[in-house]
Each structure stands twice: as C-alpha cells, then as structure tokens.
Design a protein around this ligand. Structure first.
Ligand code: FAD
Length: 400
C-alpha cells in the first residue's frame, strides 16, 4: 500500500484517530488507513477515565465529550457518577469517570481529525509495510498486522477465562451490579439490558457470540431462570495479557491495543491507548530519534503495570472458596485510606510520573486544567518555581 504524507496510521479506532489529530496539530501530513468501511458498533468501553478526560480537555475537546456523554446518559439512563472499580470492588476514590460509549468518543475524535485535515481512508486493509512515508504507526488493535509485519515480539500470558458483554432484551430477574457466584461473575447494568458474564474455565471455544451462547452462559453463572429474547450488541473477551517488546522498530511504531492487550478489568485499555497517542504525537513530529525512543521508555512501564494489575484482578475474582476469601480480605484493605488512594491512582493512572531527568518531585507529573489546544508546550509558575510543560501536559523541568 502506497500513501504519501509524513505519517501513515493503520487503524481508525480511538487511538489511531487521536494520534492523527495530534500529528496534524503539529503540522504533519497524516493518513489513516482503516479496513472497515464504517465505524464498528460492537459494545466495548463505556467510560473514559478522569485523567484521560483532562488530557483531551487540554486539547479543547472537553465540551464535545461532555455533550456526547450527557446525551448518552439521558438516552440510556446510564450512571452519572462512578470512580471505577478494582476486581468489582466499587470502593475507589479520586477523579470521576466520564460515562460515554467508545463509539461516541470515536465520533468526537474523528470529527476533530477531519477538521485538522487528516485524510481517513476507509475500506483499506493493510497487508504489507511498503509505505512511502516517514513513519508508520500501528494502531490496528490487539491482533496488529503492523506489529507482526515489523517482527515485534508480543510476549505474555495466555487466556484463562471467557467473558461476555452484551446489551440484550431479557425475561427474568438479575441482581444489579457485580455478583459473585459459585460458577463465576455476572453483572447487570448500568443501563437497561447490559449484562456481563465471566466464566473461569478457560478461553472460549469460538469467537462467535449469539443469543444461545449468551443465554447459556448467563444461566450457568447466575443460576437464574432467565431468557434472552434479543441481542442488540455483544462481544466475547478473555484475559489474554501481552505486551510488545518495544513500541518502536526503526520507522514503525505501535500504540494502543497493538502494543498491549489485557482483560477489561478496571476499564483501563482505552485510556492507556489514548495516553500513548498523546505521548507519541509531539515526539514523532520532532523527528528527533532519541526523543522518539522515550515513547517506549515512558509508556512501556505504564502498560506493564496495567497488565499486572488486571492479572491480579482476575485472580481476586475467581469463584473458588480461597479466592473468594482473598477478595473479601482485599475488600477490607480497600477501606484503608492509604490502600484506597494507592489503588485508585493506579487504576486511574493519576500517579504516573515520567523520568524527565529532573529531580524535583513535580517533574514528570501531569498538570491539569491547562489550555494546550495549539499542541504546544508552555511555561508556568508552580510554588514560585518556573516549570516547563511539554505538549502532552507533563512537566519536563522545574526549578529556579
Ligand atoms: C468488552 C470490552 C470492554 C472494554 N471496556 C473498556 C473500558 O471500560 N475502559 C477502557 O479503557 N477500555 C475498555 N476496553 C478496551 C478498549 O476497547 C480498547 O483498549 C480500545 O478499543 C483500543 O483502541 P485501539 O484504537 O488501540 O484499537 P481498536 O479499537 O481495536 O481499533 C483498531 C482499528 O484498526 C483496524 N484494523 C485492524 N487491522 C487493520 C489492518 N490490517 N488494516 C487496516 N485497519 C485495520 C480495526 O478495524 C479497528 O478499527 C474494553 C474492551 C472490550 C473488548
């Protein structure tokens, strides 16, 4: 596939779309290639972390995201307020999640990318890497073709469970919230008809999801006499947990699910990917190879920690009696303020601190509420000291 322009992004998911805007904002000619002819409507993420929202608001997207979220809350009777969970324990504190579907977010991101002059070519499946561009970025999801073509390893741990998420019409009663049963976990809500089931007896035999498969799983896990009469959208997922050995090989880079996959426990994947895009865009635009390499050094450990905490959440959620006791003990620990704030910050990514080579404790941390909609960094005064803020909102240097 030949394209012209400075950067070719493969995949118009949320990460590819945001990265495209970031690059266009820096003045780079950017083309996005997407194999689907229109947006996928399968249910995926349903919320954005407070930190991701702050970062997108920094680029001026706050009002559009808030409007999209409000419209969905009104239409779907979705929860208004949540700070997220750890292994189904809704005890976290900190920043509120912004409730909105991944599709609604993608529409906001696509509109911005087009506004900034990005070319999005749909119905184009990438099968080789013969590009006429300076850089190729694989934002093509967990089964990334770009990653495979570039020969980047994807080590990790194979799947041990089968999870389903769906919106259905249902006959029969389910308890709301997360429910632990002797055969797994099921959840109902936060909107009418949304169900989630987890069974810990290995990966699915097939990626197919239909009414019969969903109903059988729901009946097994809930132990209830329930019937699914219609399926509006459904997805099957696992806890396959893998991470690219490097996020850059020459002029090929990876971002989002192409660089890391894990179970959706704690709702962290989309946020990780969006923050990859915000870290990478301005660096790539400089063409400075050393700076571009800091994309891997800064973002690889962040995802590594998410992979580890999602594995811990899987272990805590298993239905065997020993794991139930561990879950109960962990629930008590989460009532301790220090534990609560540490786990909350970890799940929300608010404790990320990059090593920028400056010793000040605020160096490498994010500054909320700045307007960096022009994609440029800035200087601010903090505690009487001058701080240099990078285009992604993180402080690179602070001192007299
Ligand atoms: C059930 C479920 C629930 C989730 N819940 C949450 C949550 O609550 N919070 C959260 O933060 N995350 C959640 N996630 C994770 C989140 O959905 C993903 O992390 C996110 O979609 C990653 O975005 P992406 O742009 O990297 O990849 P994707 O969204 O997978 O987009 C990749 C794009 O690349 C395209 N593509 C692939 N191959 C090619 C090719 N060869 N050529 C051209 N185009 C190609 C695909 O068609 C697709 O459009 C959930 C995921 C699942 C499955």
């Amino acid at each position: 596939m030949k394209t012209s322009g400075d950067v070719t992004i493969v995949g118009a998911g949320p990460v590819g779309l945001l990265l495209a805007s970031e690059l266009a904002l820096q003045g780079m000619r950017t083309t996005v290639l997407e194999r689907l002819t229109s947006q996928a409507d399968t249910i995926k993420a349903g919320m954005l972390s407070g930190r991701s929202f702050q970062m997108l608001a920094m680029r001026g997207l706050g009002p559009a995201i808030t409007a999209a979220s409000e419209a969905e809350i009104a239409r779907l009777a979705w929860y208004r307020r949540s700070t997220g969970h750890f292994a189904g324990l809704f005890k976290l504190d900190g920043l509120d999640l912004v409730m909105l579907s991944q599709q609604a977010l993608e529409r906001v991101l696509e509109a911005r990318a087009l506004e900034l002059g990005v070319e999005i070519r749909r119905g184009v499946e990438v099968t080789d890497l013969d590009f006429g561009t300076d850089y190729v970025v694989g934002c093509d999801g967990g089964r990334s073709t770009v990653r495979k073509l570039a020969g980047i390893d994807f080590p990790g741990t194979g799947p041990s469970l089968t999870g389903y998420q769906a919106v259905v019409d249902l006959e029969g009663d389910l308890d709301r919230g997360w429910n632990y049963t002797p055969t797994g976990v099921y959840a109902s809500g936060p909107m009418q008809g949304r169900i989630m089931m987890i069974e810990y007896s290995g990966p699915p035999a097939t990626r197919e999801v239909n009414r019969e498969i969903l109903e059988a799983s729901l009946r097994r896990v809930s132990g209830r006499d329930v019937r699914i009469t219609a399926v509006h959208t459904a997805t099957v997922w696992t806890d396959n947990t893998r991470q690219a050995a490097t996020y850059r090989k020459g002029n090929v880079l990876l971002a989002g699910d192409a660089a890391h996959v894990h179970s959706p426990f704690g709702g962290q994947g989309l946020n990780l990917g969006l923050q990859d895009a915000l870290n990478l865009g301005w660096k790539l635009a400089t063409g400075d190879s050393e700076l571009i390499d800091t994309y891997t050094t800064e973002r690889h450990p962040v995802a590594e920690r998410v992979l580890r905490n999602t594995m811990a959440q899987v272990a805590l959620s298993r239905p065997d009696p020993q794991s139930r006791e561990l879950h109960s003990l962990f629930s008590d620990l989460l009532d301790l303020r220090e534990v609560k704030s540490r786990i909350s910050a970890m799940i929300q990514g608010t404790d990320i601190r990059y090593d920028t080579g400056c010793d000040h404790p605020l160096a490498g941390t994010f500054v909320p509420d700045l307007d960096l909609s022009d994609g440029k960094g800035t200087s601010i005064v903090l505690d009487g000291l001058e701080a240099t803020v990078r285009p992604d909102g993180y402080i690179s240097r602070i001192g007299p």
